[in-house]
Design a protein around this ligand. Structure first.
Ligand code: AMP
Length: 285
């Protein structure tokens, strides 16, 4: 597995693989963008990339522009050696881990702003978050010339923003969404779970319980957003360390609220567990 540090190296690696063995068929590149601290959720994306593309590259970059001024950029977990071991074990052909100046050269002044969607869900409490995400993912798509890029449904609002960006910029990279990977007890895997104290770890289970409660109501025929939201809020209210950021039923494409669940509706929530902000969601309808 190769470790690439510059955009030029990534582009060269990608082009070399696309033209290699051309007689054997079309060679495709799958990109898995991450911020590192890799876990089984990331591993599932790498496996999906390996299944559908002839080469997979994992980017590991803690992107400063998607963190707010009082957020956890400085203390975000950085576990590069272990990340490389995981990427290699899952069959990635390369890891792209650039220094910040490589993706944001001195004087960088170009940003990608997906209007509207970027203010919804997580964008409501993290005002410049999706601007940072869209900007770095556009840079990664352009640099890697990937045929497909693999994202988790865990960050469902991010998927909506990026699909809009790909459509609007007519980018050639296809977005593939993979299911949420959970701990056996239901907690969605997240690099930020490492911040939780043992007590908070137990209380954090309320997020997936709230999601399952909404799913159970939908299974019984409930479709009203208000009923699903109230039910989820009640589950979260039981835990003293939890403070709700949002609980919403939205159209997954537009992230606009819907009053009645329909095919393509996304039931999503974000909550603070102590000082750690976690998210979870399910597709309903
Ligand atoms: P991150 O490193 O947190 O920026 O995440 C990188 C990618 O991994 C994103 O597309 C996430 O949606 C995805 N991801 C994170 N956690 C999970 C999970 N539990 N299941 C599936 N995908 C995940």
């Amino acid at each position: 597995m190769e470790i690439l540090r510059t955009v030029a190296e990534l582009r060269q690696w990608s082009r070399a693989h696309k033209i290699a063995n051309r007689a054997d068929g079309v060679n495709t590149i799958g990109l898995v963008p991450t911020m590192g601290a890799l876990h089984a959720g990331h591993a599932s994306l790498i496996r999906a990339a390996k299944v559908s593309c002839s080469q997979a590259v994992v980017s590991i970059f803690v992107n400063p522009t998607q963190f707010g001024p009082n957020e956890d950029f400085a203390r975000y977990p950085r576990t590069f050696e272990a990340d490389c071991a995981l990427a290699q074990a899952e069959g990635a052909g390369a890891v792209f881990a650039p220094p910040v100046e490589e993706l944001y050269p001195a004087g960088a002044a170009t940003f990608v702003e997906v209007e509207g969607l970027s203010k919804r869900l997580d964008g409501g409490s993290r005002p410049s978050h999706f601007r940072g995400v869209a900007t770095v993912v556009a840079k990664l798509f352009i640099a890697s010339e990937a045929d497909r890029a693999f994202f988790g449904q865990k960050d469902a609002a991010q998927v909506a923003v990026l699909r809009r960006m790909v459509a609007d910029l007519r980018l050639a990279t296809e977005i593939v969404v993979c299911p949420i990977v959970r701990e056996p007890d239901g907690l969605a895997l997240s690099s930020r779970n490492a911040y939780l104290s043992p007590g908070e770890r137990i209380q954090a289970l309320a997020l997936s319980r709230a999601i399952r409660q909404a799913q159970a109501l939908v299974a019984k025929g409930e479709r009203r957003a208000a009923a699903l939201i109230v039910a989820a809020r009640e589950v979260l209210a039981v835990e003293s360390a939890i403070r709700v950021d949002y609980i919403e039923l939205v159209d997954w494409a537009t992230l606009e609220p819907v009053e009645v669940a329909a095919p393509g509706s996304l039931f999503a929530l974000a909550a603070w567990v102590g000082a750690t902000r976690l998210i979870d969601n399910t597709i309903v309808g």
